[in-house]
Ligand binder design. Structure first.
Ligand code: ATP
Ligand code: SF4
Length: 332
């Protein structure tokens, strides 16, 4: 085993061109872009869970999709197990990735075809990749995946349809469909946000077990810092397409250094009123990702902004212990 990270992302950018419409084209208006990801770098050691947290539109899902080869980056490099995805042909990239990297989406109701049984849904990836030559082999692999996803005894679930399952059981079937290919890397995109609060912890514990038992590396995407604190080894906080703070989960969440992270942390409910922090209410809406603010892109909403914040763009500063944040106030 090497020390090479499972995933290495370097200076990733993803710009989506905005449609100009007929009038814009005829009047030769300049092409505008949505800056979905704007210079994101991180790496994840094998077996680690990195949470990407941030408000809607901060670029979490686009980052996850790029690492899976499901969205083509505009710039930057992604290395999965040491292999640069850009160096592989599209066909080879797809083939290599489909086996080792999988995604779990948030909505188990939409992820499953109501006309397929659990067996059909979970065995489909095996058929696509020609990974089971006999029906017996297929049953064996599907049964193992259902068991790993906590659907026990598996035989009780094989012939059920999604509508005969609870929300938590459906999400476990979705997870089993990912596990059946023995992936080494998983993107879990808001995997519990559509589930009843009472079963969220069960699914998070299942993901933790998969990491512990199968050494699966994970990107966990969420709006919810409390679930990130529960599951992640490290947390990367995203704002308008950039990482503004990254580090070990306890450090970032217990001692946030970026004003945006501080604001997110201040609104997490805590059971003990003595530990309750003063709520930081951010002013205004997230700026338009087509026309980004100058300098620090958080400055129009930042409660700690100083005059230079609208002119100078902060870079991630090293704060020790693998903790980094991008804020001009942290510069020496
Ligand atoms: P959410 O939590 O709502 O999913 P997110 O943090 O995952 O948000 P993304 O979905 O990655 O954010 O979106 C980042 C930005 O890119 C948003 O402004 C979004 O509108 C834009 N975007 C995403 N996909 C596309 C697309 N296919 N075409 C144009 N713009 C897109
Ligand atoms: Fe706020 Fe300025 Fe720091 Fe940006 S650089 S987070 S605006 S204080």
């Amino acid at each position: 085993m090497t020390n090479e990270p499972m995933l290495k992302v370097e200076n990733l950018r993803k710009l989506y061109p905005v449609s100009k419409g007929i009038i814009g084209t005829l009047t030769r208006q300049p092409q505008l872009y949505v800056h979905a990801i704007d210079g994101v770098s991180f790496d994840i050691p094998r077996g680690e869970i990195l949470a990407l947290v941030g408000e809607s539109g901060s670029g979490k899902t686009t980052t996850g999709l790029c690492t899976l080869g499901l969205t083509e980056p505009t710039e930057g490099n992604i290395h999965l197990e040491g292999e640069n995805l850009a160096d592989l042909s599209r066909a080879r990239q797809q083939k290599a990735l489909r086996r080792k990297a999988q995604i779990i989406f948030q909505d188990p109701y939409e992820s499953l075809n109501p006309r397929q049984t659990v067996f059909q849904a979970v065995s489909e990836p095996l058929e696509v990749h020609h990974l089971a030559s006999t029906r017996a082999e297929k049953i064996e692999k599907v049964t193992a995946a259902l068991e790993a996803a906590g659907l026990k005894p598996p035989a009780d679930f094989l012939h059920r349809y999604p509508q005969q399952l609870s929300g938590g059981q459906r999400q476990r079937v979705v997870i089993a469909s990912a596990l059946v290919l023995n992936p080494s890397y998983l993107v879990a995109d808001e995997p519990v946000s559509m589930l009843d609060v009472s079963i969220r912890a069960e699914i998070l514990n299942l993901l933790l077990n998969l990491r512990d038992e199968h050494n699966i590396t994970m990107v966990y995407i969420t709006h919810d810092l409390a679930s990130a604190a529960y599951i992640a080894d490290r947390v990367a906080v995203m704002y308008l397409g950039t990482i503004v703070e990254i580090g070990p989960a306890e450090t970032v969440l217990d001692d946030p250094r970026h004003p945006y992270t501080k604001a997110l942390m201040s609104v997490i409910p805590v059971p003990n009123p003595r530990q309750r922090k003063k709520r930081i209410v951010l002013k205004g809406e997230t700026p338009n990702p087509i026309d980004l603010p100058t300098g620090c892109r958080f400055h129009p909403r930042c409660p700690e902004a100083i005059p230079s914040c609208s002119k100078t763009e902060p870079k991630l500063e090293d704060l020790g212990d693998n903790h980094q944040a991008a804020c001009l106030l942290l510069k020496d």
